[in-house]
Design a protein around this ligand. Structure first.
Ligand code: C2E
Length: 357
């Protein structure tokens, strides 16, 4: 399993500073003879906006080493770093909007308070005047009229406050839904719609904690598409992506809740099996492995046979107290055992800790 989770990228994209940054990005790309494609532009904005961030450092190193930033390199950088940066932008936007709504609500409450105070003063004044024994009928009429006017005014203001509060409440629930969707997207792999690595890491932590607390079994499988590079090199990236989606669709069926199936890396998947023992999981995965290999895929554009896709699988059962890293390491070791033994097979990890762990 490869690749560390990317760190946070901070980038202020608001106000006059944003124009300065955009101009500097275009100049920088021109200086380094990089085409200003939308993707390169976005990468450069992040590089210049935060050269010390993970993406900034990665680009800085490439430039320092004189490595060309080709389309493939740019796509690699984008896949590794941009989802998190985009997520930060979305969250910042939602935060700004939420603040605006809170300000609106607080302003509306202040206005309401003022009008209630004024109404209270009008009532107190009228009450004083009414206490006068020598009160004339005309004065009473004037007082009643002025109280009626004040009452109407406060009613109008209350209605307007209610409208503004309703609008703000609607906007806040819209923002909440939007954030929920952003959160879901942040946990989903775009190509396969399976859970992504971040979601798996979180699920794995929870599953390990549950297994530690309850003493119930828990298993994990790692699944790798055999000779994937050969598919890519022979048929191109688009067909490679379809092969990944094909295996993902099968893994998605296996990994239905409470299990969790995720795309863990390029052509690698992982499935968590809470409260399940390794032997049973391995039997099921062996049937799945056969199912995957039994289908001949076609290249969509030319209808050529792509042949069969096979997968190698490693399964491990959680050992109390070993934590996520220990389990992953043993599942990985089982996967490599499958690869070494000729691929297209399922191997089980030892039910004891490895020397290294
Ligand atoms: P997709 O192309 O979006 O297809 C989604 C689902 O629609 C497939 O799920 C399958 O149930 C159905 N489907 C699509 N095209 C066909 C077809 O020509 N014949 C039949 N019988 N059903 C079809 P499935 O099979 O789980 O595949 C998931 C994904 O895996 C597909 O998404 C595609 O990206 C990839 N895939 C599967 N088989 C092939 C194949 O033979 N060639 C290529 N290039 N990709 C494939």
């Amino acid at each position: 399993m490869s690749g560390e989770m990317s760190g946070e990228i901070e980038l202020s994209m608001r106000g006059p500073e944003a124009y300065r940054l955009a101009r500097a990005a275009i100049d920088g790309m021109e200086d380094h003879k990089i085409w200003p494609t939308p993707l390169n532009f976005e990468l450069w904005l992040h590089y210049l906006g935060n050269p010390e961030g993970p993406l900034g450092q990665a680009i800085g190193q490439l430039l320092k080493d004189g490595d060309p930033i080709t389309e493939a390199v740019a796509e690699g950088l984008a896949a590794e770093f941009l989802p998190k940066a985009r997520l930060n932008e979305e969250i910042r936007d939602a935060g700004d909007k939420l603040n605006q709504q809170l300000q609106n609500i607080s302003a509306a409450i202040k206005t309401a308070q003022k009008s209630t105070d004024a109404y209270g003063r009008a009532l107190a004044g009228a009450s004083e005047e009414l206490a006068d024994d020598t009160l004339q009928a005309t004065t009473v009429t004037r007082l009643v009229n002025s109280l009626a006017t004040a009452t109407k005014k406060v009613q109008r203001e209350n209605a307007s406050l209610e409208k503004r509060l309703n609008a703000s409440t609607n906007e806040v629930s819209r923002l909440r839904e939007h954030l929920e969707q952003v959160r879901r997207e942040a946990m989903t792999d775009a190509l396969t719609t399976l859970a992504n690595r971040k979601a798996l890491d979180e699920g794995l932590m929870r599953a390990c904690a549950e297994a530690d607390a309850t003493g119930k079994p828990m298993s994990m499988a790692v699944v790798d598409i055999d000779h994937f590079k050969r598919f890519n090199d022979t048929w191109g990236h688009q067909t490679g992506d379809q092969v990944i989606r094909y295996v993902a669709s099968v893994m998605g069926r296996v990994g239905e809740h409470p299990r969790l199936a995720a795309r863990y890396g390029g052509e690698e998947f992982a499935v968590l099996f809470p409260r399940e023992e390794m032997a049973e999981v391995a039997r099921e995965l062996d049937a799945i492995r056969r199912e995957i290999g039994s289908r001949t895929l076609k290249r969509r554009s030319t209808n050529e046979d792509l042949g069969a896709v096979t997968v190698s699988v490693g399964v491990a059962q959680y050992l109390k107290g070993e934590g996520p890293a220990g389990l992953i390491e043993r599942a990985d070791a089982a996967l490599y055992a499958s690869k070494r033994a000729g691929r297209d097979r399922v191997s089980c990890a030892d039910l004891q800790r490895s020397e290294a762990a």
